[in-house]
Design a binder for this molecule. Structure first.
Ligand code: 7TS
Length: 416
């Protein structure tokens, strides 16, 4: 099979990622197919970190001197970039968090504890990452609200047959826009209006969507949207929560301390305005600034290009996977590049996914194996574990070819 000739834009993208241009300890080309766990970082993001620490490291929102002002401008500038990237109404609707998990917990604690009571319901789906399930389980326990599930079928597609009934009494709907295990893209255009019509707010776990496709929170009319920088070319330790101003204004702070206050006396505190009301203590300044650089990088590529590129690579992967069917390759999920984003889960015969991942590793290929933080889904489907490949802006058809060759090698090794 002849791999695609790289278009010059894709060649430039690969060049931008230093880690992709080095060899593994076995002298292999690194074929990184685990971007759903965390993406690689382009040189410009790495440089943004070095520049901050070597040129203008200072705390924000307090120093009057030049480098403190520069740090504050860069930090707030990055927030404005994220706001534009997801088309928030204003930068104040973007709250910095450590990651998606923290953003979801912020909503659960600050909105959930103050708005839910016994008799209410929280609606999630059977596809959720533990980060978008466990916080709601805890919230249900604390408030006496019921936890309900939108079922998924054997292909990992949402079954909306009983959506209206599930929404009766529901005050909060939380779901991932893209599943990190099966890649399924949720039918938000159907779920969000129905949820609003039933009087529920909608929280989108965008951890797998924001890196891979254009996101417009206003067009989707979501109430909250959470994502992690580390999956979209930014460093670890920085993520964000988008929330509609009216909701955020009405919510009490999540964490308390410095920076989130307006005035403090020994007896009483009044809180800062949005977004700082939710950002207690010294923020992750460097990583937020570098997140801004990552947003510039992705915006320059164009999120339509990102989606189209990944669609093409996934189309090629699904085609090549068919060649391995007779060796016992089982591909899970919708199996259709129009219905999934960047992720595909599979098993090869009775090879344990961890063994498979270790064999692939000897060829320089990085995939993930396990339950992918979706244990209830694995149990429902009856899969003890799966192998998972996830593709991003720097992956090519040659990477798919390398994956297929290595899977064939594993099949021969295990006499499949
Ligand atoms: N939601 C989804 C859909 C995810 O894919 C992840 C991380 C999270 C939430 C949590 O993100 P965090 O940044 O707060 O940890 N998913 C994965 C994964 O699939 N492999 O490693 C992390």
């Amino acid at each position: 099979m002849i791999a695609q000739r790289l278009d010059p834009k894709l060649e430039r993208v690969i060049d931008d990622f230093p880690i992709l241009n080095r060899k593994t300890s076995r002298g292999k080309r690194l074929v990184y197919l685990d971007s759903a766990a965390t993406s690689q970082k382009p040189q410009c993001v790495i440089d943004a970190l070095t520049e901050y620490y070597s040129e203008y490291n200072a705390n924000i929102h307090r120093g009057v001197y030049e480098i403190a002002a520069r740090a504050t401008d860069a930090f707030e500038g990055a927030r404005a970039k994220v706001a534009r990237f997801v088309n928030a109404g204003e930068p104040a609707e973007i709250i910095w968090t450590r990651n998606t998990t923290e953003a979801i917990n912020l909503v659960s604690y600050s909105w959930g504890l103050n708005n839910l009571k016994p008799g209410d319901a929280i609606l999630v789906t059977q596809l959720e990452h533990h980060s978008n399930l466990v916080p709601w389980q805890l919230l249900a326990e604390k408030t006496g609200a019921a936890l309900r599930f939108i079922p998924v079928d054997a292909h990992g597609l949402h079954d909306l047959t009983n959506l209206e009934r599930l929404l009766e009494g529901t005050k909060l709907v939380a779901l991932s826009q893209v599943s990190n295990t099966l890649g399924t893209i949720a039918p938000l255009e159907r779920i969000i209006p129905a949820a609003h019509a039933a009087g529920a707010i909608v929280v989108i776990d965008g951890a797998q969507a924001a890196p891979n496709m254009p996101v417009d929170v206003q067009a989707m009319d979501v109430d909250f949207f959470a994502a992690s920088g580390h999956k979209m070319c930014a460093p670890t330790g920085i993520g964000f929560l988008y929330g509609k101003r009216a909701l955020l204004d009405a919510m009490p702070p999540f964490l308390a301390g410095g920076d989130m206050i307006r005035r403090v006396s020994y007896e009483k505190t009044t809180f800062n305005e949005l977004p700082w009301k939710f950002e207690a203590g010294t923020s992750n300044i460097a990583d937020a600034i570098a997140f801004g650089t990552a947003i510039d990088y992705l915006s320059e590529l164009g999120m339509d290009w990102v989606r189209d590129h990944e669609h093409a690579v996934m189309t090629y992967a699904f085609k090549r996977f068919k060649e391995l069917q007779e060796r016992g390759l089982l591909v899970y999920g919708p199996n259709d590049p129009d219905l999934v984003a960047d992720v595909v889960s599979f098993n090869l015969g009775d090879i344990h996914p961890h063994d498979l991942a270790s064999i692939l590793d000897t060829d320089g290929i990085c995939i993930r194996a396990g339950h992918h933080c979706t244990m209830p889904l694995m149990e429902k489907m009856g899969w003890p574990a799966t192998a998972r490949a996830s593709f991003y802006i720097y992956n090519t058809e040659a990477d798919v070819d390398a994956l297929i060759e290595s899977l064939l090698k594993a099949a021969r090794l295990f006499k499949l």
